[in-house]
Design a protein around this ligand. Structure first.
Ligand code: E4P
Length: 297
């Protein structure tokens, strides 16, 4: 699995790339805005150029368009690609999979993905919240699709009425087990035949806690997306996105995601463990006491 760093902060990209295990960068307008403010960058263009340079040759950098009409998005994509791809040959254009915002048309993103694929400009279909959207983006020729696992977890947890912090890990597997036991109990207490059980709103809610059309967590969104795209042998790669906790990285890796894009804090979290820290401290002390220095003299 490839690992991308999900940030537009130059300091973080520089440091993350220095680890030697990061394969690319994803940005979005919110990340660029935060980076520009924190790093007091005066020129967005110079900042983006530096992001591409720091990522390095051939390590994909996703840059998002702004327009919501296919023609605008294609025009912006061409400009971004022309300006920034020469820096390190690594630009990928992020296109929202659906452009409906309560008004406007649905399919502009798909049309832009299709046209950019025809022009051989690599794309990343973003804001993917369902496997169905991912399937459509793959059919439109997206190089990558980005299912937003964390935002689906936010949605499901809010629907369940569970208070949460953005970076809290939530054990959806455990939730499913508890829900399964409650469902079994509820089914046993009912007298109806299968037709009645099928229509029972309470049972249906127990079977789909968080009521999200059968996608019960962000990791399940990634798992289902990977399964569908593999099944039909699409070339489109799945970037598990909007990850907020190291354990989610493990789970999307188990699910077979091609890429996980992670904030730098999550990358650091993937490496740390209190017992590793304790072990390193102990080994260093014992190496000192054993006179290890002699070995390296
Ligand atoms: C990456 O491509 C996404 O823009 C990013 O992961 C979104 O993360 P968030 O949901 O934590 O903002």
């Amino acid at each position: 699995m490839q690992l991308f760093v999900d940030t537009a902060k130059l300091s973080e990209i520089r440091e993350a790339m220095g680890w030697g295990v990061v394969d690319g960068v994803t940005t979005n307008p919110s990340l660029l805005r935060a980076a520009m403010e924190e790093e007091k960058s005066e020129s967005l263009e110079a900042h983006v150029r530096e992001v591409c340079r720091l990522a390095g040759r051939g390590r994909p950098v996703s840059l998002e368009v702004m327009g919501l009409k296919a023609e605008e998005m294609v025009g912006e994509a061409k400009i971004l690609y022309r300006k920034f791809n020469p820096v390190a040959r690594n630009v990928v254009i992020k296109i929202p999979v659906c452009t409906y915002t309560g008004e406007g048309r649905l399919e502009e993103g798909l049309r832009a993905l299709k046209e950019l694929s025809r022009l051989r400009i690599p794309t990343n279909a973003t804001l993917v919240m369902t496997p169905e959207q991912a399937l459509l983006a793959a059919k439109a020729g997206a190089r990558y699709v980005s299912p937003f696992a964390g935002r689906i977890d936010d949605l499901v947890r809010s629907r369940l009425g569970i208070p949460f912090g953005k970076h809290d890990y939530f054990d959806f597997g455990f939730l499913r087990e508890v829900a399964g036991i409650r469902l079994e109990g509820a089914v046993e207490r009912r007298q109806e035949g299968p037709g009645g059980l099928y229509q029972d709103g309470e049972l249906r809610a127990l079977a789909d806690p968080g009521v999200n059309d059968g996608i019960v967590s962000g990791v399940e969104l990634v798992r289902s997306t990977v399964k569908i795209l593999r099944h039909y042998r699409f070339k489109t790669k799945v970037i598990a996105s909007s990850l907020r906790h190291p354990r989610q990285v493990r789970e999307v890796a188990e699910a077979g995601a091609d890429v996980a894009t992670v904030p730098f804090s999550v990358l650091k979290g993937m490496l740390r463990h209190p017992k590793t820290e304790e072990g390193v401290r102990l080994f260093s002390q014992d190496a000192e006491k054993a006179g290890y220095r002699e070995l390296f003299g």
